[in-house]
Design a protein around this ligand. Structure first.
Ligand SMILES: [Zn+2]
Length: 180
């Protein structure tokens, strides 16, 4: 399925505020779903997700194996979606506490990478925000994590869940390469 076919423009039918029909109309020059009554515009702005880049003393990166779909059994960076009203730093601390039962101390913003996230036959546009940082405590997998493992950056697993992870790790390698 193409990006357009999975766009909310094709799937959302009714105004969540008053229940009238939603129609595609241009708002500020861009197509958006707008309520017939005019009391609601569905802005399909990107969602935000956060990830922690954590390395051990040998420079290996921590990846977690996804226990559930989408991408069940694939390797992922630990993290998740930013909540309503939450700032990204708070979100990454909360997500890593939930997922690994550790306290994550964010250090630097490593980068922001766009990707698509497919769920329930809809395609979401997502900004993935990466923080490097350190953890205190021994990581233990939460109920949605099948395994936690450290990987050398030049020997990443084949089954990586999303392309932004490879891009984020490549970016990290490029910016942290030792000049020798
Ligand atoms: Zn309405």
């Amino acid at each position: 399925m193409s990006r357009v076919e999975r766009s909310p423009l094709r799937y959302f039918k009714f105004c969540p505020r008053c229940g009238r029909q939603l129609r595609i109309s241009k708002v500020d020059g861009h197509p958006h779903l707008k309520c017939d009554q005019g009391d609601f515009v569905f802005f399909q702005n990107p969602h935000s997700a956060v990830s922690g880049l954590i390395f051990d003393r040998r420079g290996r990166v921590m990846l977690v194996k996804r226990k559930y779909n989408p991408k069940k059994g694939f390797w992922d960076t630990p993290g998740g979606f930013v909540g309503w009203g939450e700032n990204p730093k708070q979100a990454v601390i909360r997500e890593l506490r939930e997922e690994l039962k550790v306290h994550f101390q964010p250090q630097d913003l490593s980068g922001i990478f766009h990707d698509w996230y497919d769920m329930f036959n809809l395609r979401y546009s997502v900004y993935n925000i990466y923080y490097t940082g350190t953890i205190s405590g021994r990581p233990r997998p939460a109920s949605d994590v099948a395994a936690i493992r450290w990987f050398p950056l030049n020997r990443l697993p084949q089954k990586i869940s999303f392309s932004h992870i490879r891009r984020a790790l490549r970016h990290y390698r490029t910016t942290h390469q030792k000049k020798s």
